[in-house]
Design a protein around this ligand. Structure first.
Ligand SMILES: NC(=O)c1ccc[n+]([C@@H]2O[C@H](COP(=O)([O-])OP(=O)(O)OC[C@H]3O[C@@H](n4cnc5c(N)ncnc54)[C@H](O)[C@@H]3O)[C@@H](O)[C@H]2O)c1
Ligand SMILES: Nc1ncnc2c1ncn2[C@@H]1O[C@H](COP(=O)(O)OP(=O)(O)OP(=O)(O)O)[C@@H](O)[C@H]1O
Length: 522
């Protein structure tokens, strides 16, 4: 008997067939997820009709098999997304190697090259950091292998500054920092603190190159940018990169600004992280999001100056930019490692499970909503291999902890310290009284699927930008990205976070009760 579900009029509505790639085909899953849920929620048939009981049991078995198939598909798609990420990583690495080789060929004789490499390796001892720290050149040597020099068009030697990251464990002098994540010393289970460490960045060689990113169409930002570029060049002798639009603005101000660098195409943007030591943003939170979106891989430390209205991620005062930059260029700096989410859209009509679109990294959140449709969205959500829930409402926000004070907060999500590694799962206007927001651990992969029986399509947007349509059968797979955004702190991660919710939201602001009045001091 083919698996089928009897509807109220006794007709079979679901049939299930195996497709070429071993998964249940899209159309065989038609209506299935909803049917599965209904079936599994129904209580087993009671009574004396053996045939009916047997049939009901068979239906429940089919329902469970369909659920397992859907979960297996979720798992395969998540795996495909992970492979795609690894592929992107490899592609970026190759691009960098190609670029480096080209520069070396163009600008260096072989002898000079050997000399440079020799002098660099003598600068880098094998292991220079303790267990509570890590050096950028150690990471680069293992992963990016890009500690070799870059060359500016004027043939000037440009080497990315190296730095050391270290974190302060609570009780540096206690035994705690000696533990791995979980230790079983002397039979006692103890854990090291993982999430709320303050991270400190110490330059090992002087930063040489700064990228300045500015909010467009703002006169105050433009004026500050001109001043800052002049100062950084004259006083700090730094190389400066800006966006092509900003370079044109600077040149229209004065031709003296022709020392400022920019880029021509997306390939050059992909290589920016190998050249830039520090990113300065002049604007609001949106400019920090913009800066993060320019780096599809590793991100250099970001120094966000506040020239917007709110500024949750922009702790630096623009009036004091000279003092701030002086102390940041000198170091050490307290930084917040802001985690990002990596999102893949997987189309139902992709020919293989491995065909996904370019991944998109978000610093705040990815939102899947109903767009201009007036229907409820219907979104099936899976976490790793498990079914989470169906969202029926205006949509769903998958947010980082940095984004917890943005859209997710407006939709009723909790505010979370940005250093906490987790993914917020926040519904937007759910049509159910019991749908409370969740916070999931950082290691999970979440898949949000528009079911085939959905009445409408959905729309995904990334940090409030780049809307993509999701048709029935399309899915969005989301996991923690390996490249956080390190943002410089004014004081430290916790102090800055608390200041931002006090100043930005007036969190829990209430007049204090006066002393005179009824008291209970017993
Ligand atoms: N109902 C809402 O609250 C709502 C609706 C749409 C978008 N947004 C947010 O706007 C963000 C895009 O920002 P934009 O500046 O490009 O657009 P925008 O210019 O429309 O600004 C949106 C507002 O969100 C604030 N914001 C951004 N990131 C924040 C964060 N991490 N914490 C606290 N506030 C934050 C900004 O300061 C700004 O005031 C999206 O990522 C989304 O989080 C919020
Ligand atoms: N360099 C840039 N190029 C293009 N767009 C940018 C750039 N920097 C910022 N934006 C966009 O401009 C918009 C406004 O930026 P931002 O949020 O920084 O300023 P704001 O709105 O004045 O600040 P606030 O959000 O605090 O009120 C954002 O949507 C952001 O994506």
């Amino acid at each position: 008997m083919p698996p089928s579900k009897l509807n109220s009029s006794g007709e079979a509505s679901v049939s299930c067939s195996q497709s070429e790639n071993g998964f249940l085909s899209s159309h065989s899953l038609l209506n299935s997820e909803k049917a599965v849920q209904e079936l599994l929620q129904e209580s087993p048939v009671q009574g004396s009709d053996d045939h009916l009981i047997e049939f009901s049991e068979a239906m429940r078995t089919v329902a469970k098999a369909l659920r397992r198939a859907a979960e297996a598909k979720a798992c395969a798609q998540a795996e495909a997304a992970e492979w795609k990420r690894k592929y992107e990583l490899e592609r970026m690495r190759n691009l960098q190697l190609e670029h480096k080789e080209k520069s070396l060929k163009e600008h260096h004789s072989d002898d000079e090259r050997m000399e440079t490499l020799a002098s660099q390796s003598s600068m880098q001892p094998e292991y220079c950091c303790g267990r509570n720290g890590i050096c950028s050149h150690e990471v680069l040597r293992d992963g990016e292998a890009d500690s070799e020099p870059n060359f500016l068009p004027n043939n000037k030697f440009m080497r990315k500054a190296s730095f050391k990251l270290s974190w302060w464990c609570k009780g540096e002098h206690s035994d705690q920092h000696k533990h791995d994540i979980v230790s079983f010393e002397r039979g006692n289970i103890t854990t090291a603190e993982r999430s709320s460490r303050q991270i400190s960045l110490r330059w090992e060689s002087d930063p040489q190159t700064v990228l300045i990113l500015t909010k467009p169409n703002s006169t105050s930002v433009q004026i500050l940018c001109i001043e800052m570029v002049r100062w950084l060049r004259a006083q700090k002798k730094l190389d400066i990169y800006v966006e092509p639009r900003v370079r044109a603005e600077l040149l229209s101000e004065s031709s003296d600004f022709n020392f400022v660098h920019t880029w021509k195409d997306a390939n050059e943007i992909m290589l920016l992280h190998t050249k830039v030591d520090l990113v300065v943003t002049l604007g609001g939170d949106g400019t920090v999001l913009w800066a993060a979106s320019m780096f599809k891989g590793p991100v250099p430390p970001v120094v966000p100056f506040s020239l917007g209205s709110l500024g949750f991620m922009t702790p630096f005062y623009s009036e004091h930019y000279r003092e701030c930059l002086n102390s940041i260029l000198k170091g050490p700096i307290s930084i917040t490692l802001r985690h990002r989410l990596q999102c893949h859209v997987i189309r139902d009509d992709a020919k293989t499970e491995y065909e996904t679109e370019e991944p998109i990294l978000v610093l705040n959140e990815v939102t899947i909503d109903r767009g201009i449709s007036s229907y409820l969205v219907n979104l099936e959500c899976y976490c790793d291999n498990s079914f989470v829930t169906s969202v029926q409402g205006d949509g769903l926000i998958l947010s980082t902890t940095s984004g917890s004070t943005a859209y997710s907060l407006a939709a009723g999500g909790s505010m979370v310290h940005p250093q906490v590694p987790g993914i917020l799962f926040t519904p937007i206007c759910p049509h159910s009284l019991s749908f409370r927001p969740l916070i999931l651990p950082e290691h999970v992969t979440i898949r949000v699927q528009v079911p085939f029986n959905s009445r409408s399509q959905a729309w995904a947007s990334f940090d409030g930008k780049d809307r993509k349509q999701l048709k029935p059968g399309d899915a969005l797979v989301c996991s923690m990205a390996p490249w956080p955004v390190p943002t410089a702190c004014l004081v430290d991660s916790t102090n800055d976070f608390l200041r931002s919710i006090h100043d930005g939201l007036h969190w829990n602001l209430r007049k204090t009760q006066s002393f005179d009045g009824p008291r209970d001091l017993s």
